[in-house]
Ligand binder design. Structure first.
Ligand code: PLP
Length: 372
């Protein structure tokens, strides 16, 4: 299998550790182990359990209780519809590995997380890109989707809420996508690792698995729960499909690690507290970001409706990698060039870090822009 280099990951790997002000991150400001335990019933009880654990493989598909907790994120799923994976990235890979054969027609939105189109391409699929455009608020054009899917599409791949744009498809929109998938006989895979981070309290992102029979959703503890260090994600979908995933996963994963699962259990059993912390951070920072973009000559964007990132257009005659690299050299502020998403003249900014970091990062970008 030939695979394209993963643009964003290569960029992050090259600079992230040396960044002075990191406003490229996609997680809501990560929790420490201590913060997680303090938020979720204290340290003592956890330590008792921790020290007495025998370090076996644990339950192979992921602990029953943890899968039961995760299933409550959906209206129609139970623990049998869930399989744990190594992060959202492992969940996406497993779903694609299970669904895609060489020659299959696969329609994928773009810009998005590159894994979602480069992996099916690597598997030899006929990948058709559904371009998300700013003039459509970065939502898919449904006529174009119908045309690309045709009458024999294997899989339609979405990312909702979207990284990098923060665009959000609501329930009515997703039902239209599901109707197109059904007419074409296609599976619908939606990467939902940012689901639950809506800016408008009246908005809620439904999961595709609650809307369509042949739908698969992936999720993760990294972004919404601020626990990327646990490396825990999951695939949700019909039981037969989950069995298919399981037989492939036997060759790569065995289980996900019981210490990670123990900490994940703590997070899920106090989910509301983490949710409140994260939603208030994301909403506060999104509004600071909005004020900054609107006040900064030469920048514009489609205001994100959910998630942790914004995709920002700049009006300076500099290629995006040079723009981001010179910013980094100038004052150590770190963002991601649009080129990593094949969008020149744009950059991705992660605004869900600590508010002070965001403010410092925005001021640093402003200082740099004055030099152009
Ligand atoms: C859309 C999307 N999916 C999946 C991932 C992978 O996340 P993780 O493996 O940490 O859950 C990311 C990370 O940036 C992402 O943005």
């Amino acid at each position: 299998m030939k695979i394209e280099p993963f643009g964003v990951e290569e960029w992050m790997n090259a600079y992230e550790e040396k960044a002075r002000i990191n406003v490229a991150e996609t997680c809501v400001e990560s929790l420490t182990v201590g913060e997680l335990l303090d938020l979720s019933g204290g340290r003592e009880s956890f330590l008792d359990d921790f020290f007495s654990r025998k370090l076996t493989y644990g339950e192979i598909p992921g602990s029953f209780d943890l899968r039961a907790h995760i299933s409550r994120l959906y209206d129609t799923q139970d623990e049998g519809n869930l399989l744990l994976a190594h992060g959202g990235i492992g969940a996406n890979f497993l779903a694609l590995y299970t669904l895609v054969e060489p020659g299959d027609r696969v329609v994928v939105v773009k810009p998005t997380y590159q894994q979602l189109y480069s992996v099916p391409r690597g598997f030899g699929a006929d990948v058709r890109i559904l371009s998300l455009r700013p003039e459509n608020a970065f939502l898919p054009d449904l006529d174009e989707l119908e045309r690309l899917a045709g009458d024999r599409c294997r899989l339609i791949v979405l990312n909702n809420p979207n990284n990098p744009t923060g665009a959000l498809m609501d329930g009515a929109f997703l039902k239209e996508v599901a109707r197109i998938a059904e007419r074409s006989g296609a599976w619908l895979l939606c990467d939902e690792v940012y689901r639950g981070l809506e800016h408008d309290p009246l908005e809620k992102t439904p999961s595709v698995v609650d809307l369509y029979e042949k739908a698969v959703a992936t999720g993760s503890l990294s972004k919404v729960f601020s626990l990327a260090g646990l490396r825990l994600g999951w695939v949700a979908g019909p039981r037969d499909f989950i069995r298919e995933c399981f037989s492939r996963r036997d060759y790569t994963t065995i289980s996900c690690g019981m210490i990670d699962e123990m900490l994940a259990m703590r997070a899920f059993s106090h989910r509301e507290k983490i949710r409140e912390r994260n939603l208030s951070l994301v909403r506060r920072n999104a509004s600071i970001l909005d004020g900054w973009v609107n006040g900064e000559q030469g920048l514009s964007y489609v205001r994100p409706r959910a998630g942790t990132t914004a995709f920002i257009r700049y009006d300076f005659p500099v290629p995006s990698e040079d723009f981001c690299k010179s910013l980094f050299d100038f004052n150590g502020a770190f963002i991601v060039p649009g080129r990593a998403f094949d969008f020149e003249g744009w950059f991705r900014l992660g605004y869900s870090c600590a508010t002070e970091t965001l403010e410092e990062g925005l001021a640093a970008i402003s200082d740099y822009i004055r030099t152009l």
